[in-house]
Design a protein around this ligand. Structure first.
Ligand SMILES: [Zn+2]
Length: 281
C-alpha cells in the first residue's frame, strides 16, 4: 500500500466515526484527530464531488446520446452544463454540492507542488483553478445573493460577477434550447442501470459503501432520467479502475465513476484540515 493510500485509509476510517480509536493509533502521535465536524464535512465533500463529477459525465452523455452540437471546448461546455443542472434543480443539497465542487478544484490546484507544464496546457480540461472559478461564475450568475458569502470568501471580483450573470443566462438558454426536444413532458422516466461494484479491498469498499449509501449514481440517474428521454440500456457504474478518473463511454453507453477519485478527494480535504490545523498552531 502506498503512503497516499495509507493516508486515505486513515482518513476513511476517521469517517467511520466509531473507529476513531483505530485512526488515532494508526496515525503518528503528533497528528491530531479529526473532529466530528471534520468527519462529517469530509464525508459530504467526497459525496458532493462525486455528484458534480457524475453530472459532468452526464453532460458528455447528453451530447453523445442526442448528437448535440458543441461550439467550443466540450470539457468547458459540460462543466457549465453540470453547474446549470445542479443550480436549476431547486434542491438545497445540490446548492451545497456545487460549492464543494468548486472547493474541490481549488484544493486540487493547491495540492500541485509544481509549476505549470505544457502537459497541463495541452489537456482537454481547463486548469483546475480555472474550472473552480468558472463554477463560481455559474453560481453567482444563477443566484448572486445566495452565493454571495461563498464568492466573497474567495474574493471573486464584483466586475466578474456582473459578467457572469449574462454568461449564466446565455449558457442556460443555449443548453435548455438544445435539450428541449428531448424533454419528457409526460410518461415514465428513462430507466438506467445503476451498479456499485464491490472491490474486495478494505479501503476501496469503504468508498464504495459511502457512495452507495449516499445514492450518488441514483441521484444523477433519477435527475437526468426524469427530465430527458433516452433509449434503454444506459449504465451508471461505480468501480475500482486502478486510476482516479470518471468517464462516459459512448459505445458501451456507460458512465463509469472510479472509487480512486473518492480517495483523491479524501486526501485533498484531509490535507486541507492539516494545513488549517498547522495555521492555527
Ligand atoms: Zn469530461
Amino acid at each position: 500500500m502506498t503512503a497516499r493510500m495509507k493516508r486515505a485509509l486513515w482518513a476513511a476510517l476517521a469517517l467511520l466515526g466509531g473507529t476513531l480509536a483505530m485512526v488515532s493509533s494508526a496515525r503518528a502521535e503528533d497528528e491530531s484527530r479529526p473532529t466530528p465536524e471534520q468527519i462529517e464535512e469530509a464525508r459530504v465533500f467526497v459525496v458532493n464531488n462525486a455528484i458534480f463529477t457524475l453530472f459532468h459525465e452526464a453532460g458528455h452523455m447528453l451530447i453523445s446520446e442526442f448528437g448535440l452540437p458543441v461550439l467550443g471546448r466540450e470539457e468547458d461546455a459540460v462543466d457549465a452544463l453540470s453547474s446549470i443542472l445542479l443550480l436549476e434543480a431547486d434542491d438545497e443539497a445540490l446548492d451545497v454540492a456545487i460549492q464543494d465542487a468548486a472547493d474541490g478544484w481549488f484544493l486540487s490546484d493547491e495540492s500541485k507542488e509544481r509549476d505549470l507544464t505544457d502537459t497541463d496546457l495541452l489537456d482537454t480540461h481547463a486548469l483546475d483553478r480555472q474550472r473552480a472559478y468558472q463554477i463560481v461564475c455559474m453560481m453567482t450568475g444563477a443566484d448572486p445573493e445566495f452565493f454571495k458569502e461563498f464568492a466573497d470568501s474567495i474574493e471573486f471580483p464584483e466586475s466578474r460577477r456582473e459578467e457572469c450573470a449574462a454568461e449564466y443566462e446565455r449558457a442556460k438558454a443555449s443548453w435548455f434550447g438544445l435539450l428541449e426536444p428531448h424533454y419528457i413532458s409526460q410518461g415514465p422516466a428513462s430507466s438506467m442501470t445503476v451498479i456499485y461494484e464491490p472491490t474486495g479491498d478494505e479501503t476501496m469498499d469503504f468508498f464504495a459503501n459511502l457512495l452507495k449509501e449516499a445514492g450518488v449514481l441514483e441521484n444523477v440517474a433519477q435527475s437526468v432520467g426524469a427530465k430527458y428521454r433516452f433509449n434503454d440500456g444506459i449504465k451508471l457504474t461505480a468501480k475500482s479502475c486502478g486510476v482516479a478518473n470518471a468517464f462516459w463511454d459512448p459505445q458501451a453507453r456507460e458512465i463509469t465513476y472510479c472509487y480512486e477519485l473518492a480517495v483523491d478527494h479524501i486526501v485533498l480535504i484531509d490535507d486541507y484540515f492539516k494545513r488549517d490545523q498547522t495555521a492555527k498552531n
